[in-house]
Design a protein around this ligand. Structure first.
Ligand code: CS2
Length: 499
C-alpha cells in the first residue's frame, strides 16, 4: 500500500472521473440532483446508512438529494464542503475492504452558526422529509417515559425563543409553523435513532413542544404531521486518523472524513409518508405496516448485547468489541443474553430468529471493524431503558431469570463510578454523568449501597423496577460479583454457571 503524496488532490466532483475503476461512485449526474430531504445530525451513522440508500435512489429519481445539518459542531461541514459533499464509504470485513464514493449529500449546514439557511431549507416546499439521527439524547426527553423533558435547559430556551431554536424539536416545530403560515403542507418526520417506537416518541415530543408554544400550533402538529417509525441497523465505528490515511492511500485522493462500516445493513420503515417518499424499497429498505417487532428484536438483541459487551468488555480491559468476542466466555455470554431476551420478543413475519442471532454474533466478531467498547458505553442513561430494562421488565413479568441482563446493568453501574478495575479513571460520557458520579461517590464501592442508589434514578429506571425486590437483588448480586472477582470472571460464571 502506498501512501498518497502529501499534495494528493482532495476528493470532490472533479476527482470522480479519476477514481480507480473498482471504486464505486455516484451512478447519476450530481448536477441534476435537487433537495428533497433535510437531515438533522450528519454523523457517521447517517452517512453509512440512510445516505447510501438515497444514493441508490438518486440513480433513478434525482429529486431526493440530502441537505444535511449538524446541530452544533462544524467539523463535518468543514470536512465535506471542500469535497462537494462527497465522502468515501469503506465497507470492511475479514474478507477485505470495498470503497464507494457517496454523492447523496448535496449541502452541509451547521445549525448553531447558520440557523436561518437551515430553517429556510426546512420550510422549502421541495423538502418532503426531515430525517433525524441526533442520538437518544437529542430528543430532550425523559428516557424512562419517552416524554418531552420540559425542564431541559435547551427546551426551555427554545420555548422562550421559538424563532431561534437550538434543539431538534425546536427546529422542526419552527419549520412546521413557517410551512403552515405559508400554506405549505408539512414534511414527514423520519426518526432513525435507536429508540423503541421511535416514531411515536418523536411524535409525542413534537406535539407537546408545539402545544407548549401555542395551543393552535399544537393541534396542527398533532393532527397533520406524520412520524413513521423505523428500525435502522449498520454497525459504524467512529472514523480514526489511521482510517483516513489508509483510505486515502487506496483512493488516490484525500478525504477528510470517510466512514467505515460493515457489509450488513437493514432499514425497516413504517410506510406512512403523506408528502411522498423516495422508492427506498428499490434500494433494499423494507417498507412495512408495523415496525414494532423489528425494532424490539434489534434493540434488545443487538443493542442490548452490544451495551452489555461494551461495559463488561471495557471493564475487563477489552478496547474493541471483536477483542471481547475473541474471549470465549464473552462470546458465550453474548449468546446467553440473546437467549434470555428471546422470550420477550414478537418475531417479525418471515424472520428466522436463530439465524438472526447467529448473524449478530458474527457481526460482533468482525475483526476488521475495530469498534471501541468505550464508544458504545457512551450515553448509557439514555440507552439502558430500551436495551436492558425493557426486557428485564418483561422477563420479571414472566417469572423468568434475568442473570445476563442484570450483569449488563451492573456493568453500566460499575462503569459510571468513573474508576475501572485497576483504579484508573474512566472517561464517562453521559448527559447524567455528573449526577451518576455523585451518587457513586456517596455510595462508595459497595454493591449493597451503590445498586439501590442508582436504581433510584427515576429518569433511567422509572418507578416500578425500583419497587421490585427481584430486580434489586439480581443487580446487587451481579455488581457484588464485579467488585469481588472482576468482569472477566463474572462474565465467565454467568455464561456457564457452575452446576
Ligand atoms: C451501538 C449502536 O453505539 C452504540 O450504542 O450499540 O450504535 C449500534 O452499533 C447500531 O445500533 C447498529 O445498528
Amino acid at each position: 500500500m502506498t501512501a498518497p503524496k502529501a499534495d494528493a488532490p482532495r476528493l470532490g466532483n472533479a476527482a470522480l472521473v479519476g477514481l480507480r475503476a473498482d471504486i464505486a461512485r455516484p451512478a447519476y449526474d450530481r448536477a441534476a440532483v435537487t433537495a428533497g430531504i433535510v437531515h438533522l445530525g450528519i454523523g457517521a451513522f447517517h452517512r453509512a446508512h440512510q445516505a447510501v440508500y438515497v444514493d441508490d435512489v438518486l440513480a433513478k429519481d434525482p429529486r431526493w438529494g440530502i441537505v444535511a445539518a449538524s446541530l452544533r459542531s462544524a467539523d463535518t461541514r468543514d470536512a465535506l464542503a471542500p469535497q462537494d459533499g462527497l465522502y468515501t464509504l469503506a465497507v470492511r470485513s475479514g474478507a477485505g475492504e470495498a470503497l464507494r464514493v457517496i454523492g447523496s449529500v448535496i449541502d452541509v449546514l451547521v445549525a448553531s452558526e447558520a440557523r436561518a439557511p437551515l430553517l429556510d431549507a426546512m420550510s422549502d416546499p421541495q423538502i418532503r422529509i426531515v430525517s433525524l439521527t441526533i442520538t437518544e439524547k437529542g430528543y430532550c426527553h425523559d428516557p424512562a417515559t419517552g416524554t418531552l423533558n420540559e425542564a431541559h435547559p435547551d427546551i426551555r430556551h427554545d420555548l422562550q425563543a421559538p424563532h431561534a431554536p437550538k434543539t431538534a424539536p425546536g427546529l422542526i416545530v419552527e419549520a412546521l409553523a413557517r410551512r403552515r403560515a405559508a400554506g405549505t403542507p408539512p414534511f414527514t418526520v423520519l426518526t432513525c435513532d435507536n429508540l423503541p417506537a421511535n416514531g411515536a416518541v418523536v411524535k409525542r415530543i413534537l406535539d407537546r413542544f408545539a402545544a407548549l408554544r401555542d395551543a393552535d400550533l399544537g393541534a396542527y402538529v398533532a393532527g397533520e404531521v406524520a412520524c413513521p417509525s423505523t428500525m435502522v441497523d449498520r454497525i459504524t465505528p467512529a472514523t480514526t486518523d489511521a482510517d483516513r490515511d489508509s483510505i486515502a492511500a487506496q483512493l488516490g485522493f484525500r478525504d477528510a472524513w470517510p466512514v467505515v462500516t460493515e457489509p450488513f445493513s437493514q432499514w425497516v420503515i413504517e410506510d406512512r409518508f403523506p408528502a411522498g417518499r423516495p422508492a427506498l424499497d428499490d434500494a433494499g429498505a423494507e417498507l412495512v405496516a408495523d415496525v414494532a417487532p423489528y425494532e424490539l428484536m434489534k434493540l434488545r438483541l443487538l443493542n442490548g448485547a452490544h451495551s452489555s459487551l461494551a461495559y463488561l468488555g471495557y471493564l475487563a480491559g477489552y478496547a474493541f468489541v471483536d477483542e471481547a468476542m475473541a474471549d470465549a466466555a464473552f462470546d458465550r455470554f453474548a449468546a446467553a443474553l440473546m437467549e434470555e431476551v428471546t422470550s420477550t420478543l414478537d418475531v417479525p413475519p418471515g424472520t428466522d430468529l436463530a439465524a438472526y442471532k447467529r448473524s449478530l454474533l458474527d457481526r460482533f466478531r468482525n475483526p476488521a471493524l475495530k469498534h471501541r467498547t468505550l464508544q458504545i458505553c457512551m450515553d448509557g442513561s439514555q440507552k439502558l431503558p430500551q436495551r436492558l430494562l425493557g426486557p428485564i421488565r418483561d422477563r420479571l413479568a414472566q417469572g423468568a431469570p434475568i442473570n445476563c441482563l442484570a450483569l449488563g446493568v451492573a456493568g453500566w453501574m460499575r462503569y459510571v463510578t468513573g474508576n475501572d478495575e485497576r483504579g484508573e479513571p474512566i472517561d464517562v460520557r453521559d448527559p447524567l454523568a455528573e449526577r451518576l458520579r455523585d451518587i457513586a461517590e456517596e455510595a462508595g464501592p459497595s454493591a449493597e449501597r451503590l445498586a439501590p442508589a442508582l436504581i433510584a434514578a427515576e429518569e433511567v429506571f422509572g418507578t416500578n423496577l425500583a419497587a421490585d425486590p427481584r430486580f434489586q437483588e439480581a443487580v446487587t448480586q451481579a455488581l457484588a460479583a464485579l467488585y469481588a472477582i472482576g468482569a472477566k470472571r463474572a462474565v465467565a460464571e454467568v455464561a456457564s454457571p457452575p452446576n
